[in-house]
Design a protein. Structure first.
Length: 319
């Protein structure tokens, strides 16, 4: 094994959950040769205290968590208050926000390649609490949500009265060429088999349809600065750790035509990394300094300007 034994050892003061582990080959090329990239602890407060390893494939360069909890075991690592699964804002509030920040949201959607007044069919994969789904519904899109967690899906159905499904892709209720747009906001990195999900997304899109994917970028200044304290690692919930070229490679392998990868500024992620680093031994003064808004905003602007931001987005097309 290329990873050290501590990657799956719990600290003595923490209770060790029953976890079924799996050792996997590269999720992109199937290669078995890899190098240890980094080891880090589950950052969730008061959780398992387990350490995990991220390895890098020697053939294609994809970084992935290995060994990792099996699909059955991974739910033990999601706290019940996991943020994306939180309660969506009330309908009135979303309407208010849409009205108040309309111009900014319009620019945001335009940069994402989404029409403001959508007429198409949109699937939000990993829809979480459903706030994005609700906003797009109010803008005219015919939306469907999909999430592995039953609780937020139930809230979307009951509270927002919007269609949502429990599960992942492939899903028996979703059929070929039935969507014009599929969105995956910070979802792909959570999957045990991201390539299979992308291939199914390709099948679900109508010809000319587009897939919009946003994931953390491990080829970022923030990862180089913070290493195991980087906010975007989030082990073991993040199973694949994309760089721009590995994200593009996987999308092409799934059959998509791709646009250039775009960097996204996330000052809040830098502050999250700085807070995590501050809780570790010897964080260093400059890392602590990035907990403040102004330095983190300047640093995230610099990372974005030099194409080393810690979040990225790409639009892919079904030809
Ligand atoms: Zn590989």
């Amino acid at each position: 094994m290329v990873y050290s034994a501590r990657s799956v050892l719990a600290t003595s003061e923490c209770e060790r959950p029953k976890v079924e582990w799996e050792d996997v080959a590269c999720l992109l090329c199937g290669g078995g040769q890899r190098n240890l990239l980094v080891e880090a602890r589950d950052p969730t407060p008061d959780r398992t205290g387990l350490w995990f390893a991220v390895v890098q494939c020697q053939d294609c360069g994809l970084c992935y968590t290995n060994p990792r909890p099996s699909p059955v075991s991974i739910s033990a690592f999601y706290p019940t208050d996991y943020r994306p699964h939180g309660t969506p804002p009330k309908n009135k509030k979303v309407q208010g926000v849409t009205k108040r920040f309309g111009r900014w949201l319009r620019g945001l959607d335009s940069r994402r390649g989404l029409a403001w007044h959508g007429q198409g069919r949109l699937l939000d994969f990993g829809c979480g609490g459903g706030s994005f789904l609700e906003r797009l519904h109010l803008q005219g899109w015919k939306v469907t949500g999909l999430d592995v967690s039953p609780l937020p899906v139930d809230r979307i159905r009951q509270g927002l009265n919007l269609p949502a499904l429990v599960g992942t892709l492939p899903h028996p209720a979703l059929h070929k060429s039935s969507f014009d747009v599929i969105t995956m906001w910070q979802a792909l990195e959570h999957l045990h088999d991201p390539l299979a999900v992308l291939r199914e997304a390709h099948r679900l899109l109508a010809p000319g349809g587009k897939l919009i994917v946003s994931v953390p970028n491990i080829d970022s200044l923030a990862f180089r600065w913070f290493g195991p304290a980087w906010f975007g690692l989030d082990l073991p919930r993040h199973l694949t750790h994309f760089a721009p070229w590995t994200l593009q490679l996987m999308l092409v392998r799934a059959g998509f035509e791709i646009e250039p990868v775009r960097m996204i500024r996330r000052g809040s992620w830098l502050r999250g990394s700085a807070r995590l680093a501050a809780s570790m031994p010897n964080p260093g003064r400059w890392r602590r300094c990035l907990q403040s808004r102004l330095p983190s905003s300047l640093a995230s602007w610099f990372a974005w300007r030099t194409r080393q931001a810690d979040c990225m987005m790409v639009t892919a097309h079904r030809a």
